[in-house]
Design a protein around this ligand. Structure first.
Ligand SMILES: [Zn+2]
Length: 119
């Protein structure tokens, strides 16, 4: 898609700190990141979200998510990861090109991903 920032990154037409690239998938550092090492994994082809992505492409994206997550844990104090996707405006999706967040977690990092209404 012409004006999509993630399509531009996938084509090398916008700056990004790329950490992985294959024919169909690219991963780059989130800027700004929620935690150090926060990474976004996207298909190079434009899909809006998990609701419209080609299932085979989504499998490739998630395979990269798994591999990169496995590489992060055990390095730089990372002990765990959150894998996050927003699909749709009411899920707080802000860039409408499918992306999966890898958010590295460290013991006692103070980040609470599960703030529940009424608690
Ligand atoms: Zn796009």
């Amino acid at each position: 898609m012409k004006d999509c920032i993630f399509c531009k990154i996938a084509r090398g037409q916008a700056p990004a700190s790329v950490v992985f690239e294959s024919d169909s998938v690219i991963a780059f550092e989130a800027a700004p990141g929620v935690t150090s090492g926060h990474t976004l994994v996207i298909p190079k082809r434009h899909f809006e979200s998990v609701l419209d992505v080609d299932p085979d492409i989504f499998k490739e994206v998630m395979s990269v998510v798994q591999t990169l997550s496995q590489k992060k844990v055990g390095k730089d104090g990372v002990t765990a990861v959150n894998i996050l996707n927003a699909s749709g405006k009411d899920a707080q999706q802000s860039i409408f090109h499918l992306h999966v967040h890898i958010i590295p977690r460290r013991k006692d990092d103070g980040l609470d991903m599960w703030i529940r209404e009424g608690l």
